[in-house]
Design a protein around this ligand. Structure first.
Ligand code: SF4
Ligand code: MG
Length: 335
C-alpha cells in the first residue's frame, strides 16, 4: 500500500547558544491509511520533534537539511513535499488540521481560555468545510456527542477551564476530527489522565480511527500503551530509530537491548508490582551525544571498543522489520 505520509532521511537540528543540538538524524518512517504507527521512546528521544516537523511546527532555530523528505499524499491525490513549503504559506495552513491533525497531552494548549469550546470548534470546522454558522454548530455538537460528551450543547457554550481533564481531551479529539484529517498525530494524549480515563480515551481513539479510516501516529513513552494501539512500532532513542517492525513481532520478540528494557518495564497483569526502572542510567544530553551506538552508555550487552566507536548499521530481519545493533547482522566479527 502507498503511505499517506512518507518520511525519508529526516534530520532536525537546533541552533542554540551552547552549540548545535542534533534532535533527530536520518529518520525513515511511514504512515498508512487505516493503520497506527506507534513511536515509542523516553522524553528527549526526538519523537515529538519528528512529527512536529511534518506540519513544520518547529521553533525558529530548527534546521531541516535539504536532503530530508516529508512526502504527504493530499486528499486530492496529489503528493507534496512538506519541507519545501514556506512556514507562513496557505498550503501549510490547510495541511495543519485539515490533512494532518494533532492532539497533545495538554488540551489547554489547543484551546484558548477566552473563547468557548463551540466558538473554537466552529471556527476550525468552517476553515476546513464549507458550512454556515448553524451547520457548523450542529456538526460540532454531533462530534462532541460522538466522543462521549453527554451534554454537547452545554459543552459547546463552555470554556476549557470548566471541563474535567478527560472531557477536555474528548473535546480536543472532537475538534481535531471535525476538521477531517487523513492523519491523526497523537502525542502522549493520555499521559496526564488517570488510568480509568486513559483506558476510555484509548478505546475511543481506536474506535474513531476505525470509523474514519484514518492513519494514526501515536507517540508515547509507555510500551504498555503502544502494545494496545499500534500496528507497527518504531523505537526511538537519542534521535534515532533503533528498532522497527510489526507491533506483535516487536513486542513478542524484541531484538534491540533498549526495546527489551522498555518491555521489561510493563508490569505483568497478574502481579500488583509497581513499574520497575528497567534501564539503568539516564538518557544522555543531546548536546553530548555519545559516539558509536547511542545506547552504549546504558547497554548491558555493550561490546567493548566497538559499540562505543562504531554506529551500528540498520539490519533487516525481515523486509518490514529492522534493528540497529552490533549484536545482529553479518559484521559481528570485528571492524
Ligand atoms: Fe548494546 Fe552495542 Fe547493541 Fe548498542 S550496538 S545496543 S551498545 S550491543
Ligand atoms: Mg514529547
Amino acid at each position: 500500500a502507498e503511505p499517506v505520509l512518507d518520511v525519508r532521511n529526516l534530520s532536525v537540528s537546533f541552533r542554540t547558544d551552547e552549540g548545535v543540538v542534533q534532535a533527530v538524524e536520518n529518520l525513515d518512517f511511514a504512515a498508512y491509511k487505516g493503520r497506527t504507527l506507534g513511536i515509542v521512546g523516553e522524553s528527549g528521544s526526538g519523537k515529538s520533534v519528528s512529527t512536529k516537523a511534518c506540519i513544520r511546527l518547529l521553533p525558529r532555530n530548527a534546521v531541516i537539511p535539504p536532503d530530508s523528505r516529508i512526502t504527504l499524499k493530499r486528499k486530492d491525490g496529489k503528493t507534496i513535499d512538506v519541507t519545501s513549503l514556506s512556514p507562513g504559506s496557505r498550503t501549510l495552513r490547510r495541511i495543519r488540521g485539515g490533512e494532518i491533525g494533532m492532539i497533545f497531552q495538554e488540551p489547554m494548549a489547543s484551546f484558548s481560555p477566552v473563547y468557548t469550546i463551540g466558538n473554537q470548534m466552529s471556527e476550525a470546522i468552517r476553515l476546513h468545510r464549507s458550512m454556515n454558522r448553524a451547520e457548523a454548530r450542529e456538526f460540532a455538537e454531533g462530534m462532541l456527542a460522538r466522543v462521549g460528551i453527554f451534554n454537547p450543547s452545554m459543552c459547546f457554550d463552555q470554556y476549557v477551564h470548566e471541563l474535567s481533564g478527560g472531557m477536555r481531551q474528548r473535546a480536543m479529539i472532537a475538534m481535531t476530527l471535525a476538521m477531517n484529517p487523513s492523519i491523526l498525530v497523537a502525542d502522549e494524549p493520555t499521559t496526564a489522565l488517570d488510568v480509568t480515563i486513559q483506558a476510555q480515551i484509548l478505546d475511543l481513539m481506536r474506535e474513531l480511527q476505525d470509523e474514519f479510516d484514518m492513519s494514526m501516529i501515536f507517540i508515547t513513552h509507555d510500551m504498555a500503551i503502544i502494545a494496545q494501539v499500534a500496528d507497527e512500532i518504531a523505537v526511538m532513542y537519542l534521535g534515532r530509530i533503533l528498532e522497527r517492525g510489526p507491533a506483535r513481532e516487536v513486542i513478542r520478540n524484541p531484538q534491540h537491548p533498549y526495546t527489551q528494557g522498555l518491555l521489561q518495564a510493563i508490569p505483568s497483569l497478574k502481579s500488583l508490582k509497581r513499574r520497575l526502572t528497567p534501564i539503568a542510567g539516564d538518557i544522555p544530553s543531546p548536546l553530548e551525544r555519545p559516539q558509536g551506538c547511542p545506547f552504549h552508555t546504558r547497554c548491558i550487552h555493550r561490546i567493548e571498543d566497538r559499540c562505543d566507536q562504531v554506529m551500528p548499521a540498520e539490519t533487516h530481519a525481515t523486509p518490514l522489520s529492522s534493528v540497529r545493533c552490533h549484536l545482529y547482522g553479518e559484521s559481528t566479527h570485528g571492524c
